[in-house]
Structures are given as structure tokens and as C-alpha cells.
Design a protein around this ligand. Structure first.
Ligand SMILES: [Zn+2]
Length: 157
């Protein structure tokens, strides 16, 4: 999914506001995300930490918002962190979470602290040869199990 300059401005604002609302008194590393679904809906997310140091990443937070609203497919992710020295990209856990709901061709936009675009990355470059729901379909479970059965049936004919 490609965005116009105006759309990118809106997504940058959503992600920045989410980052500025992050609750991260332990790491002091606020992150904000704007998830864009295939249907064009936008969901914000920010990281939320608690006193025993476990927390929820901004991506996980946004995915929860998206799923709660009944959406399932992510077309793009905009991530903004707190730094100008390095770009903020999704952590390993979140790469797998994003993979669960990723549309083919999903892009990750990483912004500098000031909102300027630092990098646009194909998700498959962040998580190559990934494991996802389709892999479980082969053992007859997961959300794609019926698709696999149909494929097997079609092959037999
Ligand atoms: Zn994460």
C-alpha cells in the first residue's frame, strides 16, 4: 500500500500521538504505531509497561485494537520511536505478531523521532522465511485449515 504525502502526514500524526501517550517509566523508550488495514482503517498503539518490567509493545497494542474492532488484515505499519540515532523497527516478538495478520506486500515505515521517514521496508525482509498460520494448515489446524482442505480436494480431481 502506497500513501500520498497527505496520508503519510496523518499516519505520522497518529503514530506520534500514540508514542507521546506511551507509558514506559521503566525503559523510557516510548514507541508509537499506526496500523493500516486492508480496508483503510487506522489503529494506533503505544507501549505499556508495568512494574515487573514486562510490558506490551506498541505493535501488540495496535493489533489488539485492530482485532477488537473486527479487522484482521494489515496492509502497512508506521513505527516511530524516541531517537534520531537509530530507527525504531518492530522487535522480534512483534515481527511474528505482525506476520499473523500481514497482507502480502505489507510494508513497514520507520520514522525518526521527529516524524521524518527513515526507511520503508518490505515486511518479508524483516522476517524472511517466516512461520505463519498457513504452516499450521498443513497439519489441519489454524485459521487456514479449510483452505488447505479445498486445495487438497482440488488436487485429487
Ligand atoms: Zn515488540
Amino acid at each position: 500500500m502506497k500513501f500520498t504525502k497527505e496520508e503519510m502526514k496523518v499516519l505520522t500524526r497518529v503514530a506520534t500521538e500514540a508514542r507521546d501517550n506511551a507509558y514506559c517509566p521503566y525503559s523510557n523508550h516510548p514507541v508509537g504505531v499506526a496500523l493500516v488495514t486492508d480496508t483503510g482503517m487506522v489503529f494506533p498503539g503505544s507501549n505499556v509497561e508495568i512494574a515487573h518490567y514486562k510490558g506490551v509493545c506498541a505493535e501488540a497494542s495496535a493489533i489488539s485494537n485492530m482485532v477488537t474492532a473486527g479487522e484482521r488484515k494489515i496492509a502497512a505499519v508506521v513505527v516511530i520511536g524516541p531517537a534520531m540515532e537509530y530507527l525504531c523497527t518492530p522487535c522480534g516478538d512483534c515481527r511474528q505478531r505482525l506476520r499473523e495478520f500481514a497482507s502480502p506486500g505489507m510494508k513497514v515505515y520507520s520514522l525518526w523521532k521527529d516524524g521524518k521517514l527513515g526507511a520503508t521496508t518490505d515486511f518479508t525482509k524483516l522476517l524472511p522465511m517466516s512461520f505463519g498460520p498457513e504452516n499450521l494448515a498443513e497439519v489441519g489446524s489454524g485459521p487456514h485449515k479449510n483452505k488447505l482442505k479445498k486445495r487438497k480436494k482440488a488436487r485429487k480431481k
